[in-house]
Design a protein around this ligand. Sequence first.
Ligand code: KG4
Ligand code: ZN
Length: 351
Amino acid sequence: MPPKIITMSNQPKIILGIESSCDETACAICLKENNQIKLLSSIVASSQSIHIKYGGVVPEQAAREQVKSIIPVITEALDQANLKLAKIDAIAITQGPGLIGSLLVGVETAKTLSLIWNKPLIPVNHLIGHFYANWIDKDPSQQPKFSFLGLLVSGGHSDLVLFKAHGKYDYLGGTRDDAAGECFDKCARILNLPYPGGPQISKLAASGESTRFKLPRPMMRSNDLDFSFSGLKTAVLNLVDSTQISDKDLPDICAAIETAIIDSLVNKVVLAAKKYNIEQLVVAGGVAANSKLRSSLEREIAKVNPAIKIFIPSPILCTDNAAMIAAAGFFTEPVKDPLQVEANPSLSLLR
Ligand code: KG4
Ligand code: ZN
């Protein structure tokens, strides 16, 4: 059978985005008008509650939940936007990275919708997608302008990137082992706190004293733009093994963990800001929802240059959602043949 070629006649105005890379099944609809991206609807179904008892995401379970949720989530997003699929100009889909079982559900659903409804299909790298949360519901004067320094801090990735234009960037550095979010999650697991660990640690840390327990900040003096978080996780494990820890110590331990992770991140952002003489910093990913990271970046970047503008999405758009995928779709080329799009669990920012 010859491939079905679907072309985009005009710039899309309405994009339906689908995100299914891990334990969230999400669909959102965005409208682009006068260079502004408006969010018409955004639905996120999470299977987090199922994974809580295992202390992390169980891939097989996550994929099964994706299958159950994908059609209801798409239907709800259309209903909430008061639109029929026929009115959509294109479909944007997370191609990767992520869990293969979860990704396949979204990618195959998007391909099917694209072929049946004759809608162009736009594959989006989830990591790039996170950055586009910063374009949503922003007046053009409030949107990031190229070039800018990008910091991605999610459950699986911690990367520094110099963005030069849509789709054009230089990779500056990233984690050599665990990601910042992964470190939050693994430390929480050591402390018997529920998954995902970031919000739990952050909540307890709010009433803690960060200097009582001493934790390492690896690679602070390395002159590169890489991070390392696995040593911090090991130090927390050793601390818990060697000290009689009770519940009343948890706020102080959590404050020490949170501060160590934030110090490591902010230190390299400051280094990159100076090295590349940046005018804008754009932050993305689940860990960007952390209020101490936000305030710490603002304080330290202002010391480098008070004129540097910082963009961080609202907390709800930091964690996985489909609005960022739909928004990224406005700046990404569709494929000609939707059947050629394949889920790619190992997509990265490195090229
Ligand atoms: O971007 P995201 O939703 O999923 C991935 O693409 O990985 O990020 C999830 C990560 C988890 O590790 C979670 O613990 C972390 O983001 N996270 C936070 C906060 N909210 C979510 N970490 C620190 N503080 C938070 N408030
Ligand atoms: Zn993500």
